[in-house]
Design a protein around this ligand. Structure first.
Ligand code: MG
Length: 211
């Protein structure tokens, strides 16, 4: 497991879901936690972190079940929504030579991963996500789209792509506001562990060499 840096905000360390709530209410999240592992609560719907963020570096680990009788979007489906609005797909896409826009690591239905970095089902995998939130003007119009860089199992699968807008199933609400990390209940017992983020400043200093 990758150890979080000192300045990380821990979202799930294996203990409990105190940092999470249900997507549609302020009720506590009630997905099962056992042996340090969070499992999708099937039929319990999505959960969201209480912590919200704009620009952030996010790390998480996931494991898809082995479902040999299933295919396509029914095979180990879950997802990680950035700010509740932009889904990075979680799926068992192991072995496909050319992954598509619905496969594991895809920014759902917008960008296929550059390469297939999937491990086999039942093996732990990592996502390291660098998210740049959309920029809006004072009227709330988007002037710069969200940008995502994704390393899947340490391999770059998205290189600073510009996300044209929220993906399917996005939570409502204006762009430009901070939003939570959201985990998807798509009916499959996908597992998660070691979830944390580091808030990123939106700009560095404007000085050449401040003293
Ligand atoms: Mg999904």
């Amino acid at each position: 497991m990758v150890r979080p840096p000192e300045n990380a905000v821990i979202l799930f360390d294996g203990t409990d879901l105190s940092g999470w709530r249900r997507r549609d209410s302020d009720e506590p999240a009630d997905w099962p936690v056992e042996n340090g592992i969070l499992t999708v609560g099937i039929g319990k719907r999505d959960i969201v972190s209480v912590e919200t963020f704009r620009d952030a570096y996010i790390h998480l680990e996931f494991r898809v079940p082995d479902m040999p009788d299933k295919t396509g979007q029914k095979k180990g489906n879950s997802g990680v929504y950035l700010q509740g609005k932009y889904e990075i797909q979680v799926l068992d896409s192991y072995g496909w030579a050319v992954p598509g826009k619905g496969d594991c690591g895809a920014i759902y239905d917008q960008y296929a991963p550059l390469v297939n970095a999937c491990k086999p089902p039942m093996e732990w995998q990592t996502y390291d996500i660098i998210f740049r939130a959309p920029r809006v003007d004072e009227a709330g119009n988007v002037v710069e789209h969200a940008r995502i860089t994704l390393l899947h199992n340490g391999i770059v699968v998205h290189n600073n792509v510009s996300v044209k807008g929220p993906t399917g199933g996005a939570m409502p609400g204006p762009l430009g506001e901070p939003g939570p990390l959201r985990l998807q209940d798509h009916g499959d017992p996908v597992q998660y562990r070691n979830i944390w983020l580091v808030h990123l400043p939106e700009e560095g200093s404007s000085e050449y060499a401040p003293r």
